[in-house]
Design a protein around this ligand. Structure first.
Ligand code: ACO
Length: 323
């Protein structure tokens, strides 16, 4: 049985840090309000010249370096993003070119904050189907470029950045003790469109548009949807919350993360939190959190790691991986 095993990880953040204090001079808000409601203390914001593709390429190169590989070893690049450099070509193809890779193939996945989970599930199918041996899976975003910087209910929540994993085909027995992706559980339901969307696009307004969100509505659905897909992943693999070494959630809001972990019975010390430093970086938040926790030695080879996300659409999903 073929398994998709994590071979390397990387991250890239813009140079500029924007603190909650900096935001106080842009909109009527306070550090206290933002920290209390979201857990966010600062975020990174892309400057001129920093784009989704440039951040994604830097994260991908770091993942390759860490794996001791070059682009010659890669067959496929999947980039999860909702803030592409251009409507087309795909950001993944832009990144492929930036990395100097002129073989194989590359495409984007668009599932907003769930994008990285969708991209992992997709990469796993290409690997297990035999179409790719090694895949660069990237989550990269510049949400700062689609924020309405006069809307305090949204502009304080998001940040920019990118993270990447190298997934590699390996032989496994199929048991949950083997390394690699054990299961993926994806969902979407467009009935929730109005609760979190961008009010522009090439086929409607011909503009890029701005992010609009009914925060309370998102919050109301988030915990139930997240715990539902995680429980589905437990059932599919015969595992339980007790088996989990690390929960690596999409970093939208500390209150959503805490409530989900509590409902599942996963203790705080097993939950990776980066929302305080990165804000919500949408599809980039999970690979950034993975790179943080694997980079500082918390996540170790053999650990059972649950990834989960929920976002615009709504889309939501979970991936269970033995690191
Ligand atoms: N600073 C100060 N006050 C603010 C701000 C701000 N930045 N934003 C809103 N307020 C005010 C509101 O105007 C409101 O004032 P009012 O009572 O006088 O009308 C008050 O604060 C409370 O507003 P609510 O929207 O009810 O605040 P809530 O406690 O729901 O927190 C938040 C808002 C943080 C957006 C919350 O609803 C939330 O976290 N929702 C989840 C949304 C999310 O995380 N989305 C990310 C994308 S989806 C995903 O990734 C899962």
């Amino acid at each position: 049985m073929i398994r998709s095993v994590v071979r390397g990880f990387g991250a890239s953040l813009p140079k500029r840090v924007m603190t909650n204090g900096d935001l106080e001079s842009l909109v009527e808000t306070s550090d206290e309000w933002i920290v209390q409601r979201t857990g966010i203390k600062q975020r990174y914001i892309a400057s001129e010249g920093e784009t989704t593709a440039s951040l994604g390429a830097a994260a991908a190169q770091e993942a390759l370096d860490r794996a001791g590989l070059t682009v010659a070893d890669i067959d496929l690049i999947i980039c999860a993003t909702s803030t592409p450099d251009n409507t087309f070509p795909a950001t993944a193809v832009n990144i492929q070119n930036r990395l100097g890779m002129h073989h194989g193939f590359a495409f984007d996945v668009q599932a907003v904050c769930s994008g990285f989970v969708y991209a992992m599930a997709t990469a796993d199918l290409y690997i297990r189907g035999g179409m790719a041996k090694r895949v660069l899976v990237i989550g990269a975003e510049t949400f700062s470029r689609i924020l309405d910087w006069t809307d305090r209910t949204t502009c304080v929540l998001f940040g920019d950045g990118a993270g990447a994993l190298v997934l590699e085909a390996a032989e496994g027995e199929g048991a949950v003790t083997d390394r690699g992706i054990l299961t993926s559980n994806l969902r979407s339901d467009g009935v929730h469109r109005e609760k979190l969307y961008v009010d522009g696009g090439p086929s409607t307004t011909g503009t890029v548009g701005h992010l609009r969100m009914e925060g309370r509505e998102v919050f109301k659905h988030a915990v139930g949807m997240i715990t539902d897909v995680i429980e589905g992943a437990f059932t599919a693999t015969g595992t339980t919350a007790d088996d989990i070494d690390w929960l690596v959630p999409h970093q939208a809001n500390k209150r959503i993360i805490d409530a989900s972990a509590k409902k599942l019975g996963i203790p705080d010390e097993k939950v990776v939190i980066t929302v305080d430093k990165h804000g919500n970086t949408s599809a980039a938040s999970i690979p950034l959190a993975l790179a943080t926790a694997a980079g500082d030695g918390r996540i170790k080879q053999g650990d059972l790691v649950m990834l989960e996300a929920m976002g615009g659409g709504f889309t939501w999903g979970a991936v269970l991986v033995r690191w």
